[in-house]
Design a protein around this ligand. Structure first.
Ligand code: ZN
Length: 405
Protein backbone atom coordinates (compact mmCIF):
# COMPACT_ATOMS: atom_id res chain seq x y z
CA UNK A 1 0.00 0.00 0.00
CA UNK A 2 1.20 3.58 -0.70
CA UNK A 3 -0.25 6.65 1.00
CA UNK A 4 0.35 10.32 0.31
CA UNK A 5 -0.68 12.97 2.82
CA UNK A 6 -0.59 16.40 1.13
CA UNK A 7 0.13 19.89 2.49
CA UNK A 8 0.15 19.06 6.12
CA UNK A 9 1.77 20.43 9.21
CA UNK A 10 4.13 17.67 10.36
CA UNK A 11 4.83 17.22 14.06
CA UNK A 12 8.06 15.36 13.40
CA UNK A 13 9.17 14.67 16.99
CA UNK A 14 12.66 14.45 15.47
CA UNK A 15 15.81 15.29 17.42
CA UNK A 16 15.12 19.03 17.08
CA UNK A 17 11.36 18.61 17.60
CA UNK A 18 10.71 20.44 14.34
CA UNK A 19 7.28 21.18 12.97
CA UNK A 20 7.50 21.14 9.18
CA UNK A 21 5.06 21.89 6.41
CA UNK A 22 4.81 19.51 3.47
CA UNK A 23 3.79 16.06 2.29
CA UNK A 24 4.33 12.66 3.88
CA UNK A 25 4.68 9.65 1.62
CA UNK A 26 4.27 6.14 2.98
CA UNK A 27 5.31 3.07 1.04
CA UNK A 28 4.66 -0.41 2.41
CA UNK A 29 5.08 -0.06 6.15
CA UNK A 30 7.61 2.79 6.23
CA UNK A 31 7.66 6.55 5.93
CA UNK A 32 9.60 6.84 2.71
CA UNK A 33 9.64 10.59 1.97
CA UNK A 34 8.86 13.89 3.65
CA UNK A 35 8.83 17.27 1.89
CA UNK A 36 7.45 18.15 -1.52
CA UNK A 37 6.46 14.76 -2.89
CA UNK A 38 5.17 14.38 -6.44
CA UNK A 39 4.21 10.76 -6.84
CA UNK A 40 1.00 8.92 -7.40
CA UNK A 41 -0.18 6.94 -4.41
CA UNK A 42 -2.97 4.43 -3.96
CA UNK A 43 -4.42 6.53 -1.15
CA UNK A 44 -4.25 10.30 -0.97
CA UNK A 45 -5.28 12.53 1.93
CA UNK A 46 -5.80 16.18 1.12
CA UNK A 47 -7.39 18.81 3.23
CA UNK A 48 -7.08 22.28 4.60
CA UNK A 49 -5.73 22.52 8.13
CA UNK A 50 -4.42 19.05 8.74
CA UNK A 51 -1.49 17.80 10.75
CA UNK A 52 0.40 14.53 10.82
CA UNK A 53 1.87 13.35 14.08
CA UNK A 54 3.36 10.09 15.35
CA UNK A 55 0.80 7.53 16.51
CA UNK A 56 0.36 7.59 20.28
CA UNK A 57 1.75 4.75 22.36
CA UNK A 58 -0.22 3.56 25.38
CA UNK A 59 2.11 1.68 27.74
CA UNK A 60 -0.46 0.30 30.18
CA UNK A 61 -3.77 -1.32 29.39
CA UNK A 62 -5.91 -4.36 30.10
CA UNK A 63 -7.83 -4.14 26.86
CA UNK A 64 -10.21 -7.12 27.28
CA UNK A 65 -11.75 -5.26 30.24
CA UNK A 66 -13.28 -2.73 27.86
CA UNK A 67 -16.53 -4.70 28.04
CA UNK A 68 -16.66 -3.93 31.79
CA UNK A 69 -16.75 -0.14 31.36
CA UNK A 70 -18.58 1.49 34.26
CA UNK A 71 -18.72 -1.51 36.63
CA UNK A 72 -16.45 -0.10 39.36
CA UNK A 73 -16.70 3.68 39.52
CA UNK A 74 -16.22 5.66 42.71
CA UNK A 75 -14.57 2.88 44.77
CA UNK A 76 -11.00 2.33 45.96
CA UNK A 77 -8.61 -0.13 44.29
CA UNK A 78 -9.40 -3.01 46.61
CA UNK A 79 -13.16 -2.82 46.15
CA UNK A 80 -12.45 -2.22 42.46
CA UNK A 81 -10.47 -5.46 42.25
CA UNK A 82 -13.18 -7.40 44.08
CA UNK A 83 -15.80 -6.27 41.58
CA UNK A 84 -13.57 -6.97 38.60
CA UNK A 85 -12.51 -10.40 39.87
CA UNK A 86 -16.17 -11.31 40.35
CA UNK A 87 -16.93 -10.56 36.70
CA UNK A 88 -13.76 -12.33 35.62
CA UNK A 89 -14.88 -15.54 37.36
CA UNK A 90 -17.65 -15.96 34.80
CA UNK A 91 -15.72 -14.56 31.85
CA UNK A 92 -15.26 -16.60 28.69
CA UNK A 93 -12.56 -16.46 26.02
CA UNK A 94 -15.19 -14.97 23.74
CA UNK A 95 -15.64 -12.09 26.23
CA UNK A 96 -11.88 -11.47 26.17
CA UNK A 97 -11.86 -11.38 22.39
CA UNK A 98 -14.92 -9.12 22.12
CA UNK A 99 -13.67 -6.75 24.83
CA UNK A 100 -10.36 -6.51 22.98
CA UNK A 101 -12.02 -5.70 19.66
CA UNK A 102 -14.05 -2.98 21.40
CA UNK A 103 -10.98 -1.47 23.05
CA UNK A 104 -8.82 -1.65 19.92
CA UNK A 105 -11.50 0.12 17.88
CA UNK A 106 -11.53 2.88 20.48
CA UNK A 107 -7.74 3.17 20.43
CA UNK A 108 -7.56 3.38 16.65
CA UNK A 109 -10.37 5.95 16.60
CA UNK A 110 -8.50 8.13 19.10
CA UNK A 111 -5.01 7.97 17.59
CA UNK A 112 -3.28 5.15 19.44
CA UNK A 113 -1.17 2.94 17.18
CA UNK A 114 0.62 0.79 19.79
CA UNK A 115 -0.41 -0.46 23.21
CA UNK A 116 1.09 -2.53 25.99
CA UNK A 117 -1.34 -4.96 27.55
CA UNK A 118 -1.53 -7.17 30.62
CA UNK A 119 -4.13 -9.92 30.89
CA UNK A 120 -4.58 -13.65 30.89
CA UNK A 121 -5.40 -15.35 27.59
CA UNK A 122 -3.49 -12.82 25.53
CA UNK A 123 -3.88 -15.25 22.62
CA UNK A 124 -7.45 -13.92 22.33
CA UNK A 125 -6.14 -10.34 22.46
CA UNK A 126 -3.59 -11.24 19.80
CA UNK A 127 -6.40 -12.47 17.53
CA UNK A 128 -8.13 -9.09 17.92
CA UNK A 129 -4.84 -7.22 17.31
CA UNK A 130 -4.26 -9.10 14.06
CA UNK A 131 -7.83 -8.60 12.94
CA UNK A 132 -7.88 -4.84 13.58
CA UNK A 133 -4.26 -4.13 12.63
CA UNK A 134 -3.02 -2.24 15.68
CA UNK A 135 0.42 -2.91 17.20
CA UNK A 136 0.20 -4.86 20.47
CA UNK A 137 2.89 -5.55 23.05
CA UNK A 138 0.92 -8.22 24.80
CA UNK A 139 1.89 -9.35 28.27
CA UNK A 140 0.48 -12.65 29.44
CA UNK A 141 -0.48 -12.03 33.08
CA UNK A 142 1.27 -14.10 35.68
CA UNK A 143 0.24 -14.58 39.33
CA UNK A 144 1.11 -17.23 41.91
CA UNK A 145 -0.25 -20.61 40.88
CA UNK A 146 -2.66 -20.87 43.83
CA UNK A 147 -4.33 -17.59 42.78
CA UNK A 148 -4.91 -18.39 39.16
CA UNK A 149 -7.92 -19.60 37.24
CA UNK A 150 -5.76 -20.20 34.15
CA UNK A 151 -5.39 -23.82 33.11
CA UNK A 152 -1.77 -24.99 33.32
CA UNK A 153 0.69 -22.64 35.04
CA UNK A 154 0.68 -18.91 34.31
CA UNK A 155 4.45 -18.80 33.63
CA UNK A 156 4.17 -21.86 31.36
CA UNK A 157 1.25 -20.29 29.50
CA UNK A 158 3.18 -17.05 29.09
CA UNK A 159 6.14 -18.96 27.69
CA UNK A 160 3.93 -20.81 25.20
CA UNK A 161 2.40 -17.50 24.13
CA UNK A 162 5.83 -15.92 23.64
CA UNK A 163 6.98 -18.90 21.58
CA UNK A 164 3.89 -18.68 19.39
CA UNK A 165 4.06 -14.96 18.61
CA UNK A 166 7.79 -14.25 18.55
CA UNK A 167 8.72 -12.46 15.33
CA UNK A 168 5.15 -11.48 14.44
CA UNK A 169 4.84 -8.15 12.60
CA UNK A 170 2.14 -6.67 14.89
CA UNK A 171 2.17 -8.72 18.08
CA UNK A 172 5.20 -8.55 20.35
CA UNK A 173 4.69 -11.01 23.19
CA UNK A 174 5.88 -10.26 26.71
CA UNK A 175 5.39 -11.57 30.22
CA UNK A 176 3.41 -9.64 32.81
CA UNK A 177 3.76 -10.55 36.48
CA UNK A 178 0.77 -8.75 38.01
CA UNK A 179 2.15 -7.15 41.22
CA UNK A 180 4.06 -7.92 44.42
CA UNK A 181 0.79 -8.75 46.22
CA UNK A 182 -0.13 -11.45 43.68
CA UNK A 183 3.34 -12.76 42.78
CA UNK A 184 5.85 -14.17 45.26
CA UNK A 185 9.60 -14.24 44.72
CA UNK A 186 9.57 -17.62 43.00
CA UNK A 187 6.94 -16.54 40.45
CA UNK A 188 8.71 -13.26 39.73
CA UNK A 189 12.06 -14.94 39.17
CA UNK A 190 10.54 -17.59 36.93
CA UNK A 191 8.94 -14.81 34.87
CA UNK A 192 12.27 -13.05 34.65
CA UNK A 193 13.94 -16.25 33.47
CA UNK A 194 11.40 -16.61 30.66
CA UNK A 195 11.85 -12.94 29.67
CA UNK A 196 15.61 -13.39 29.46
CA UNK A 197 15.37 -16.66 27.58
CA UNK A 198 13.30 -15.05 24.82
CA UNK A 199 14.70 -11.54 25.12
CA UNK A 200 11.21 -10.26 25.98
CA UNK A 201 10.02 -7.27 27.97
CA UNK A 202 8.13 -7.54 31.25
CA UNK A 203 5.46 -5.33 32.73
CA UNK A 204 4.29 -5.18 36.34
CA UNK A 205 2.23 -2.89 38.59
CA UNK A 206 4.57 -1.25 41.13
CA UNK A 207 3.52 0.75 44.21
CA UNK A 208 0.15 1.82 42.90
CA UNK A 209 -1.36 2.41 46.35
CA UNK A 210 -0.03 3.23 49.78
CA UNK A 211 -1.74 0.09 51.11
CA UNK A 212 0.35 -2.05 48.74
CA UNK A 213 3.53 -0.42 50.04
CA UNK A 214 2.60 -0.74 53.72
CA UNK A 215 1.42 -4.35 53.37
CA UNK A 216 4.60 -5.31 51.57
CA UNK A 217 6.76 -3.63 54.16
CA UNK A 218 4.94 -5.53 56.89
CA UNK A 219 5.52 -8.79 55.05
CA UNK A 220 9.14 -8.32 53.93
CA UNK A 221 10.50 -5.31 55.82
CA UNK A 222 11.01 -3.60 52.47
CA UNK A 223 9.09 -1.36 50.10
CA UNK A 224 8.06 -3.01 46.80
CA UNK A 225 10.72 -1.42 44.56
CA UNK A 226 13.51 -2.07 47.09
CA UNK A 227 12.39 -5.66 47.44
CA UNK A 228 12.08 -6.21 43.69
CA UNK A 229 15.65 -5.03 43.39
CA UNK A 230 16.85 -7.23 46.23
CA UNK A 231 15.45 -10.37 44.60
CA UNK A 232 17.12 -9.34 41.31
CA UNK A 233 13.95 -8.66 39.35
CA UNK A 234 14.59 -5.12 38.14
CA UNK A 235 16.23 -4.35 34.81
CA UNK A 236 15.69 -2.35 31.64
CA UNK A 237 13.23 -5.04 30.47
CA UNK A 238 10.74 -3.92 33.12
CA UNK A 239 7.90 -1.48 32.44
CA UNK A 240 6.61 -0.45 35.86
CA UNK A 241 3.03 0.75 35.79
CA UNK A 242 1.83 3.46 38.21
CA UNK A 243 4.84 3.81 40.59
CA UNK A 244 2.98 6.39 42.66
CA UNK A 245 4.40 5.66 46.11
CA UNK A 246 8.18 5.79 45.71
CA UNK A 247 10.92 7.20 47.90
CA UNK A 248 13.84 9.09 46.40
CA UNK A 249 16.04 6.10 47.22
CA UNK A 250 13.73 3.85 45.21
CA UNK A 251 13.69 6.30 42.31
CA UNK A 252 17.50 6.23 42.17
CA UNK A 253 17.45 2.45 42.29
CA UNK A 254 14.83 2.15 39.54
CA UNK A 255 16.76 4.62 37.43
CA UNK A 256 20.04 2.75 37.88
CA UNK A 257 18.38 -0.47 36.78
CA UNK A 258 16.87 1.23 33.73
CA UNK A 259 13.24 0.51 34.69
CA UNK A 260 10.72 2.25 32.42
CA UNK A 261 7.85 4.16 34.01
CA UNK A 262 4.30 3.95 32.72
CA UNK A 263 2.47 6.90 34.24
CA UNK A 264 -1.30 6.44 34.54
CA UNK A 265 -2.58 9.74 35.95
CA UNK A 266 -6.25 9.31 35.04
CA UNK A 267 -6.55 5.90 36.64
CA UNK A 268 -4.66 7.03 39.76
CA UNK A 269 -6.86 10.09 40.23
CA UNK A 270 -10.07 8.21 39.60
CA UNK A 271 -9.20 5.58 42.20
CA UNK A 272 -8.30 8.37 44.63
CA UNK A 273 -4.83 6.94 45.19
CA UNK A 274 -3.73 10.21 46.78
CA UNK A 275 -0.27 11.53 46.07
CA UNK A 276 1.03 11.37 42.51
CA UNK A 277 3.83 9.61 40.74
CA UNK A 278 6.97 11.63 41.62
CA UNK A 279 7.46 12.72 38.01
CA UNK A 280 9.84 15.60 38.67
CA UNK A 281 12.27 13.45 40.66
CA UNK A 282 12.00 10.59 38.17
CA UNK A 283 12.98 12.91 35.33
CA UNK A 284 15.75 14.49 37.40
CA UNK A 285 17.15 11.00 37.90
CA UNK A 286 16.99 10.17 34.21
CA UNK A 287 14.11 7.70 34.17
CA UNK A 288 12.32 7.10 30.89
CA UNK A 289 8.69 8.13 31.47
CA UNK A 290 5.82 7.00 29.24
CA UNK A 291 2.02 7.19 29.56
CA UNK A 292 -0.79 4.68 29.90
CA UNK A 293 -4.55 4.72 30.22
CA UNK A 294 -4.90 1.59 32.38
CA UNK A 295 -8.13 -0.29 31.63
CA UNK A 296 -11.35 1.56 30.91
CA UNK A 297 -12.72 0.39 34.24
CA UNK A 298 -10.43 2.87 36.01
CA UNK A 299 -10.23 5.59 33.32
CA UNK A 300 -13.03 5.24 31.73
CA UNK A 301 -11.80 5.54 28.16
CA UNK A 302 -8.68 4.77 26.11
CA UNK A 303 -8.10 8.30 24.81
CA UNK A 304 -4.38 9.08 25.09
CA UNK A 305 -4.98 12.78 24.34
CA UNK A 306 -6.93 12.94 27.58
CA UNK A 307 -4.15 11.12 29.46
CA UNK A 308 -1.60 13.62 28.13
CA UNK A 309 -3.64 16.52 29.45
CA UNK A 310 -4.24 14.91 32.84
CA UNK A 311 -0.52 14.11 33.16
CA UNK A 312 0.40 17.70 32.39
CA UNK A 313 -2.11 19.26 34.78
CA UNK A 314 -1.70 16.86 37.68
CA UNK A 315 1.93 17.74 38.33
CA UNK A 316 1.48 21.47 37.85
CA UNK A 317 -1.19 21.44 40.52
CA UNK A 318 0.57 18.99 42.81
CA UNK A 319 3.77 21.09 42.76
CA UNK A 320 2.12 24.51 42.81
CA UNK A 321 4.21 25.10 39.70
CA UNK A 322 2.90 25.54 36.15
CA UNK A 323 6.42 24.86 34.90
CA UNK A 324 6.54 21.37 36.43
CA UNK A 325 5.44 19.99 33.06
CA UNK A 326 5.19 21.39 29.54
CA UNK A 327 3.37 20.29 26.40
CA UNK A 328 6.48 19.14 24.53
CA UNK A 329 7.64 16.99 27.44
CA UNK A 330 4.24 15.33 27.68
CA UNK A 331 4.03 14.65 23.94
CA UNK A 332 7.49 13.06 24.18
CA UNK A 333 6.23 10.67 26.87
CA UNK A 334 3.48 9.41 24.54
CA UNK A 335 5.66 9.13 21.44
CA UNK A 336 9.48 9.07 21.37
CA UNK A 337 10.00 7.98 24.98
CA UNK A 338 7.56 5.09 24.63
CA UNK A 339 9.02 3.98 21.28
CA UNK A 340 12.47 3.92 22.86
CA UNK A 341 11.17 1.92 25.82
CA UNK A 342 9.68 -0.70 23.52
CA UNK A 343 12.61 -0.76 21.10
CA UNK A 344 10.21 0.27 18.35
CA UNK A 345 11.35 2.10 15.20
CA UNK A 346 8.50 4.59 15.61
CA UNK A 347 7.47 7.56 17.76
CA UNK A 348 8.53 10.20 15.24
CA UNK A 349 7.64 11.21 11.69
CA UNK A 350 10.95 10.72 9.90
CA UNK A 351 12.03 8.93 6.74
CA UNK A 352 12.77 5.29 7.43
CA UNK A 353 10.55 5.06 10.50
CA UNK A 354 7.55 2.75 10.71
CA UNK A 355 4.44 4.39 9.30
CA UNK A 356 2.48 4.57 12.55
CA UNK A 357 0.79 7.91 12.00
CA UNK A 358 -2.15 10.01 13.05
CA UNK A 359 -3.82 12.70 10.94
CA UNK A 360 -5.43 15.52 12.90
CA UNK A 361 -8.36 17.51 11.54
CA UNK A 362 -7.69 21.12 12.44
CA UNK A 363 -11.09 22.34 11.27
CA UNK A 364 -12.94 21.43 14.47
CA UNK A 365 -13.75 24.36 16.79
CA UNK A 366 -11.46 23.14 19.60
CA UNK A 367 -8.48 23.05 17.17
CA UNK A 368 -8.63 26.71 16.15
CA UNK A 369 -6.53 28.69 15.59
CA UNK A 370 -4.71 25.88 13.81
CA UNK A 371 -1.11 26.88 13.22
CA UNK A 372 2.45 25.72 13.64
CA UNK A 373 3.13 27.90 16.67
CA UNK A 374 0.48 26.40 18.96
CA UNK A 375 0.21 22.91 17.49
CA UNK A 376 1.97 20.98 20.27
CA UNK A 377 0.08 23.00 22.84
CA UNK A 378 -3.19 22.18 21.06
CA UNK A 379 -2.38 18.47 20.92
CA UNK A 380 -1.76 18.26 24.66
CA UNK A 381 -4.15 20.84 26.07
CA UNK A 382 -7.08 21.32 23.71
CA UNK A 383 -7.59 18.39 21.37
CA UNK A 384 -9.04 15.01 22.20
CA UNK A 385 -9.10 11.69 20.42
CA UNK A 386 -12.17 12.63 18.40
CA UNK A 387 -10.07 15.21 16.54
CA UNK A 388 -8.28 12.31 14.87
CA UNK A 389 -9.25 12.12 11.20
CA UNK A 390 -7.28 8.98 10.35
CA UNK A 391 -4.96 6.47 11.97
CA UNK A 392 -2.29 4.53 10.07
CA UNK A 393 -0.53 1.53 11.57
CA UNK A 394 2.34 -0.25 9.86
CA UNK A 395 1.54 1.60 6.64
CA UNK A 396 -2.12 0.59 6.57
CA UNK A 397 -5.12 2.85 7.16
CA UNK A 398 -6.87 1.49 10.24
CA UNK A 399 -9.28 4.34 10.86
CA UNK A 400 -10.76 6.92 8.48
CA UNK A 401 -10.18 5.15 5.16
CA UNK A 402 -13.24 6.83 3.60
CA UNK A 403 -11.53 10.22 3.95
CA UNK A 404 -8.78 9.24 1.47
CA UNK A 405 -9.18 9.51 -2.29
ZN1 ZN B 1 -3.18 -1.99 35.46
Amino acid sequence: MSILIKDSLIVTQNEKREIKKGDVYVEDNLISEIGKVNVEAEYKFEGKNIAVMPGLINTHNHVPMTFMRGIADDVDLFEFLERVWKVEEGMTKEDIYRGSIMGIEEMLRTGTTTFVDMYSYEDEVAKAVKEKGIRGFLGWAVVDEELTTQGGTPVGNAEEFIKEYRGDDLVTPLIAPHAVYTCGEETLLKAKEVAEKYDALMTIHISETRKEVYDHRKKTGMRPAEWLDKIGFLSNRVIGAHMVWLTLREIKLLSERGVIASHNPTSNMKLGNGGSMPLVEMLQNGMNVTLGTDSVVSNNNLDMFEVMKFAALLHKNERWDPKATNAQMILDFATVNAAKALGLNAGSVEEGKLADLVIIDGNEPNAKPFKKENLVSNIVYSLNGLNVAATIVDGKIRYGEEKFS
